[in-house]
Design a protein around this ligand. Structure first.
Ligand SMILES: Nc1ncnc2c1ncn2[C@@H]1O[C@H](COP(=O)(O)OP(=O)(O)OP(=O)(O)O)[C@@H](O)[C@H]1O
Length: 310
């Protein structure tokens, strides 16, 4: 990720989609820069933080393809408001694809298509009347590899989503958002005296928390996290996990993780994904995290959470 993202990159809007059920073929490679896309927020007024209610996300009958290769088959999952939902399962079973479908990032891939519905508090984010930018604004994303704008200051990184999309905010409001977002991301104390230093000068763990702060600055209702700690050391991982447990009071969180201890530490509920040989992925079992780990219903879940495969 470089500093070359332009306003048009993040405010561009993909073609409207046919309503759910049908396989949707989306080929326009309009928004390629994942980080920029994760905070698209064109032309909206930021609500006061206290006025952003917790939201539930629900996936209904999600199927996904890359070309003719079906990678998910009719996956349904409710991700409750104010909870951390962990998506677990072996490599290649479709967890990241499912996550990207939850904020319309799957459609950035030219060969990608999907079917089904994603409801944010009951409204389908794929409905033809809904803007792509609305989905991205309400449903933020943090990636496996920290991707701050390296030459941009810490302060400007946090408000990058506002700046790039031309969202009007006065100086006091920006200062407030920078401090509150960095505080929620657990980074404020470490950087408050060097807000004008470049984001690229932070450690990997700090950069990841900076990216979390950047996502939070546009006040999303849901935060999607795709293996957010896999590039981090154990200390940074612990800090991010503590941050997540704080954040979940304000945003609904969905995390993909390969780390079973992490899933147990941070999540309220788990969904175990699996794909048979040559078959699309699906959810074998989901439910309360403690129950999934202590007394799973399906033998395959038992084997997976106990490290017997995957
Ligand atoms: N851009 C792409 N183009 C074509 N196929 C893809 C693409 N991305 C993923 N796939 C395929 O989709 C399937 C699901 O991949 P996905 O990354 O969603 O799985 P995953 O469970 O998240 O894996 P991992 O845990 O290794 O990240 C795999 O067969 C993968 O090869």
């Amino acid at each position: 990720m470089t500093d070359t993202t332009t306003q048009s990159d993040v405010t561009d809007v993909l073609p409207r989609l046919p309503r759910g059920g049908l396989k949707r073929r989306l080929t326009r490679p309009a928004l390629r820069q994942e980080a920029a896309a994760s905070f698209s927020s064109a032309g909206f007024v930021l609500p006061e933080p206290a006025n952003v209610p917790l939201a539930q996300l629900e996936a209904r009958n999600i199927s996904a393809w890359f070309g003719d290769h079906e990678v998910l088959d009719r996956v349904s999952l409710t991700m409750p408001a104010g909870a951390v939902t962990a998506l677990i399962g072996p490599s290649g079973c479709g967890k990241s694809t499912f996550l990207r479908i939850l904020n319309r990032m799957h459609e950035l891939i030219p060969s990608a298509s999907l079917a089904g519905e994603v409801l944010l508090d009951g409204d389908d984010i794929y409905d033809v009347s809904r803007k792509l930018t609305d989905a991205r604004r309400h449903i933020g994303m943090v990636f496996q590899k920290p991707n701050p704008f390296p030459a941009m200051s810490i302060y400007d990184n946090v408000i990058a989503g506002l700046t790039l999309t031309g969202t009007k905010t006065d100086r006091d409001r920006r200062d407030f958002l920078v401090e509150s977002s960095l505080t929620k991301a657990g980074l404020w104390k470490e950087v408050k005296d060097r807000l004008r230093a470049p984001g690229g000068g932070l450690s990997g763990g700090q950069q990841q928390r900076l990216c979390i702060a950047r996502s939070l600055a546009v006040q999303p209702k849901v935060l999607l996290m795709d293996e957010p700690c896999s590039a981090l050391d154990p200390t940074s991982t612990r800090v991010i996990e503590e941050t997540m447990l704080e954040l979940v009071q304000d945003v609904t969180i969905v995390i993909v993780t390969h780390n079973m201890q992490q899933a147990q530490r941070v999540s309220t509920q788990c969904a175990f994904f699996l794909a048979g040989q040559g078959q699309p992925g699906g959810i074998v079992e989901h439910g309360d995290t403690d129950a999934m780990f202590s007394s799973p219903i399906d033998e395959r879940t038992f084997n997976y959470v106990n490290g017997r495969f995957g």
